[in-house]
Design a protein around this ligand. Structure first.
Ligand SMILES: Cc1cc2nc3c(=O)[nH]c(=O)nc-3n(C[C@H](O)[C@H](O)[C@H](O)COP(=O)(O)OP(=O)(O)OC[C@H]3O[C@@H](n4cnc5c(N)ncnc54)[C@H](O)[C@@H]3O)c2cc1C
Length: 403
């Protein structure tokens, strides 16, 4: 198998496929040292219970240090300054935590290490994927060095703006929200209680996610022009503005590190496969971060594809056959499309400042909070608490024994 893109999704798939006994080549345009020691990018990834289980299976979860994992014990969603809250508590999920935050920097580093440790996985860093040919029996990919790789299955995991996806003519639903997402860490005077907060405010959303050591991860989405002002503010003024927005609930706040900004563009590929090619990670489904599902879907897709490929190996058949890839396409589409559409609808509704939208969102929040079946359904979807508990339990015990 050849995987174009050694980001979190590509590396996860490489580990899963390598463990099936396949020889896997991963190509990434970044240099080896950038993959081995990724710089901070401000993103803290909220992992569901399913993701924790997959990361455990590939040897990444167990390698994390307790200080790298921050449990989310409960969550509160608020609409502007209205008093109604949508509350998610761990009892509803039958778990001790709704999910776990791990920085993207740590995930990338540990996934690189896990892939490097596998003799079955070859990493080709500093190589850009170029032209590709999809034949009846093999796919070939030309690299910037002039090397050509050939395999029965080529996987594009080259980001939501995937060049390979475009080259094979797969279109995508792309929604540019015209907003920027600013992420950073703030240290605060008072401790938090492990609760994640999300505010849908006039023309902006603000999430405050509980990290370790009296620090929170801030995710602020604003229209591009407002975000430019937020980014150019002195660090102290930026921290003071957030502190004020939070009614000084956590006391005084200071910026810890840099602010990072990302354009908010959601992407959903028209198809997740073509002849001898599969799309994985953001190349298939690039989510708006408000429901924290991009990498969770990336992991789920990698696992689904690896299972289909594993079934083909077990049956002694072709791993890149149309039946294998179409079955992956159907299953991953079923798993992701409802939340993709719901996320975009929520973002549309909660960033629309006209009166009818304001009335609807306030009512929705109240209804969702008071109807237990609706709330339980949302909780199950967002946390994937139905999957086996082993790794998450171990994480909590580890955290406790270190605190
Ligand atoms: C602010 C923010 C917060 C987020 N929070 C969450 C969260 O809480 N939970 C969650 O699940 N997800 C979250 N996400 C989403 C998550 O970060 C992404 O889904 C995930 O990083 C996608 O991984 P990927 O490997 O598909 O793509 P990428 O991370 O984009 O990696 C793509 C890789 O491909 C390489 N590449 C690209 N083109 C080529 C080429 N032509 N040749 C060779 N290499 C190439 C790149 O160098 C890169 O290494 C968040 C995203 C943002 C922006």
């Amino acid at each position: 198998m050849v995987i174009a893109g050694g980001g979190p999704a590509g590396l996860s798939l490489a580990c899963l496929a390598g463990d099936l006994g396949l020889r896997v080549a991963v190509v990434d345009r970044q240099r080896e040292d950038a993959l081995a020691h990724p710089p901070p990018d401000g993103r803290d990834i909220a992992l569901t219970h399913r993701s924790v289980r997959i990361l455990d299976e590939i040897g990444v979860w167990g390698a994390l240090s307790p200080k790298d994992i921050a449990p989310i014990r409960s969550a509160r969603v608020k609409n502007a300054d209205q008093p109604h809250l949508l509350c998610f508590d761990p009892e509803g999920a039958g778990r001790e935590a709704l999910g776990y935050l791990v920085s993207n920097q740590v995930l990338r580093r540990e996934l690189y290490r896990a892939a490097r440790q596998r003799a079955s996985v070859e990493l080709l860093a500093g190589e850009t994927a170029g032209e590709l040919q999809l034949g009846a029996w093999t796919a070939s990919l030309a690299l910037s060095s002039g090397k050509v790789l050939e395999a029965p299955l080529l996987v594009a995991a080259d980001s939501r703006f995937s060049e390979l996806r475009r080259k094979v003519g797969i279109g995508a639903d792309m929604r540019d929200f015209g907003h920027l997402c600013i992420v950073c860490h703030l240290r605060h005077e008072k401790p938090h209680d492990g609760t994640a907060h999300e505010w849908f405010d006039t023309d902006q959303t603000l999430a405050v996610l509980p990290l370790n050591e009296q620090t929170s991860s801030i995710v602020l989405t604003q229209p591009a022009s407002t975000a430019a002002r937020s980014l150019s503010m002195p660090a102290s003024a930026f921290a003071a503005a957030i502190e004020q927005r939070l009614d000084r609930r956590w006391g005084s706040m200071q910026l810890d590190g840099e602010r990072h900004a990302y354009p908010l563009v959601a992407v959903y590929a028209d198809r997740f496969c073509a002849r001898r090619l599969a799309l994985v990670g953001d190349a298939a489904v690039g989510m708006h971060p408000v429901t924290a599902h991009g990498f969770n879907f990336g992991l789920q897709g990698a696992e689904t594809l690896a299972r289909k490929v594993g079934d083909a190996i077990g049956a002694g058949s072709d791993i890149g056959a149309p039946s294998v890839l179409e079955s992956y396409d159907r299953m991953h589409r079923r798993a992701t499309l409802p939340l993709y559409l719901a996320t975009n609808a929520i973002v549309g509704l909660y960033t629309d400042n006209r009166m009818p939208a304001r009335i609807v969102r306030s009512a929705l929040l109240r209804i969702a909070n008071s109807l237990s079946p609706v709330k339980d359904f949302m909780l199950r979807k967002l946390t994937e608490c139905d999957v086996a508990q082993g790794p998450a339990r171990r994480a909590l015990h580890l955290l406790r024994s270190h605190s």
